[in-house]
Structure formats: C-alpha cells, structure tokens
Ligand binder design. Structure first.
Ligand SMILES: Nc1ncnc2c1ncn2[C@@H]1O[C@H](COP(=O)(O)OP(=O)(O)OP(=O)(O)O)[C@@H](O)[C@H]1O
Ligand SMILES: [Mg+2]
Length: 303
C-alpha cells in the first residue's frame, strides 16, 4: 500500500508502513471467526522495533481478539500472520513467547503477597548449586530485579514489599520491566491504563515509551485516544471487527483520532435523523461535540 488509499474492506489507510525497519509481527488481511460470529476481519497491521503501534476501538470492536491471535491464545481463521517474515500459527502462548512476543494482561498474573523481586522472577527463578541440591539464588534475583527496574527508571523503596501493596501503575511498570528483562521483542499491553487515574496512567505511558526506547515493538491497546496519541507512532482504529483507520502519526491529528473513536460519521447521521424526527433544521441542533458529552448538572442531565 502506498499513500492515502483504502484496503479491500474499505479501511482508510493513510500511510504505508515505513520501509526502513523490517516488521517483527505482521498481519495481512487477518481475521477470526468464532463459529458463525465474525469477530475480526481483514486486519492489516505491522509492528516494528522501537515503535508503538496503538490499537483503538470501542467495546466489542475486536481488540482482544486481535491480540489473542498475536499472543498465541487463538488462531486466525483468515488472512496471514507473519513473524520475522515467516507465516506462523501458534497453538499456545508459549510458542509466541519463544518468538519474543510477551503479553501483559490487565489482570496481571501476580501473587499479591509475594515480594516484588519474587514476582519479577515468578516461574523463571534463578538457582545456584548443582542438582540435586540446587537452591533459589535469592541474592542474585534481588540484585537483578533492582538493576532491571532502575534501568527502566522505576524506583521502588523496597523490593521486599508485597507486590499487592504497589499501585496499579507501578504493578504494570514491573510487568513491563519483567518482559523486557526476559527478552521480549514485542510487548503487547491490553488496556494497561483502563482502570487507572490520570497520574497512574502517566506512569504507565512513561514506561511504554521506555520500552520503545529500548527497541521493543509495542502494541498498545486502548479506548483512550489521548493516551494513544501521547506515545503512539502508528494508529489503527477497529470498529465492529474491521479496521476503520490505519495511519502514521504524521498523517493523523489527535482531533481526527478522537473523532474516529467517537464515531464522528455516525453522530452526524444521527443528527440528521433527529432533525427529521423533530421536524427542525439540522443547524438548530447542537454541535456533534455536544452530542458526544451530555452535560450533567446537579438537577440531572441537561441536553
Ligand atoms: N470466545 C468467543 N466466542 C464468541 N464470540 C466472541 C468470543 N470472543 C469475542 N467474541 C465476540 O467478538 C467480538 C469482538 O470481541 P473482543 O473481545 O475482541 O472486543 P474488544 O474490542 O476487546 O472489546 P472490549 O473493549 O469490550 O474488551 C465481540 O462481538 C464478541 O462478542
Ligand atoms: Mg477486550
């Protein structure tokens, strides 16, 4: 695909993927059906090292289905999925991980009462000594966890504190540092900021940028165009399982992105219908912006 154009299914494709770096992960017209339900269709996406690819979309748009394909939980039923240019079809998340594709889910798989350093190495503990007297190498794990967290700019007072006592943003950050340490090349983050406040979201966005600066290809799933625009290099908007927009940062403004997310065209159509029903001129109705966010007053919702 070259400059402004559209794909077979009508997605607005504003820019070709840059040719300088080879993509690690690539989807070409990929899709997934669950029996009769077509959850995803005709998705083309490429993930490059040192770039953040944002996938936006409303509830049910197919975001989780997309990352489940890439992370090896589900298999695509149409199109192509390539890693390092080779077609792949993962049967388990382990296979994805072996290719360096790590996923951080929103409900992080941590043991809340265990110390931070212990969670950092959970399932891949360092040991010392010959078998059968092999023991956990606690000193080395603590030191490494400390170094790795610092290298990402994450400063925690005490790695002995149970991970459950950290804030949501800090826990996400530890999970990101962990994936980097264990050799991830592609980091998938499924709505890491969805449950977080403004400040905590900022913390997570900072570490997304840090992972990118360390050369990882990041797939950042979010509902929030503002969060996406703060760190994103490339943007894909999904709607009802198909890709509605696919654009490089230089090709799309935050305003456009927000409009695509909010369904600007749908709102405009709705406005015309409303005008017809009420028998008034379209101009007499409030602006689309006002339709998107009803003003809530102490007496209730004002139109
Ligand atoms: N296992 C499944 N079996 C049948 N249908 C499914 C399954 N998983 C997802 N779907 C359907 O596929 C569509 C896309 O779902 P998906 O979970 O990928 O959306 P999403 O963008 O992640 O939404 P959300 O923002 O709510 O997490 C939805 O219509 C959903 O009902
Ligand atoms: Mg989802």
């Amino acid at each position: 695909m070259t400059s402004n154009g559209s794909t077979a299914n009508g997605a607005l494709v504003k820019d070709a993927a840059p040719q300088d770096e080879k993509p690690i992960v690539e989807l070409r017209g990929a899709g997934k059906s669950y029996g009769n339900i077509r959850a995803l269709h005709g998705v083309t996406l490429s993930v490059q090292p040192g770039r953040v690819t944002c996938v936006l979309g409303d509830n049910g748009a197919g975001k989780s289905t997309l990352i489940k394909i890439i992370s090896g939980l589900h298999q695509h039923t149409e199109g192509e999925f390539l890693v390092d240019g080779e077609p792949v079809r993962f049967s388990t998340p382990r296979e994805a991980l072996d290719k360096g594709i790590a996923t951080v889910y929103q409900d992080l798989a941590v043991v809340p009462l265990m110390p931070v350093w212990r969670n950092f190495f959970l399932g891949s503990e360092m040991t010392s000594g010959p078998w059968p007297v092999r023991r956990l190498d606690i000193a080395r794990m603590k030191k490494t966890a400390d170094e790795e967290l610092r290298a990402m700019g994450i400063v925690l007072d005490d790695l002995e504190q149970p991970i459950g006592t950290l804030s949501g943003g800090q826990r996400q950050s530890v999970a990101i540092a962990r994936a980097v340490y264990f050799g991830a090349r592609v980091l998938i983050l499924d709505e890491p900021t969805a449950a977080l406040g403004v400040k905590q979201s900022g913390v997570v966005l900072k570490y997304i940028a840090a992972a990118r600066d360390r050369g990882l290809g990041v797939i950042f799933i979010t509902h929030n165009p503002h969060h996406a625009y703060m760190v994103g290099d490339y943007f894909s908007v999904l709607r009802l399982g198909t890709m509605e927009l696919s654009a490089d940062r230089s090709q799309v403004s935050l305003e456009e992105l927000t409009n695509h997310m909010a369904g600007g065209a749908e709102l405009a159509a709705l406005k015309h219908e409303l005008a017809e029903v009420r028998g008034v001129d379209v101009e007499e109705l409030p602006e689309e912006q006002d339709l998107k966010a009803p003003v809530v007053t102490s007496e209730g919702t004002a139109s």
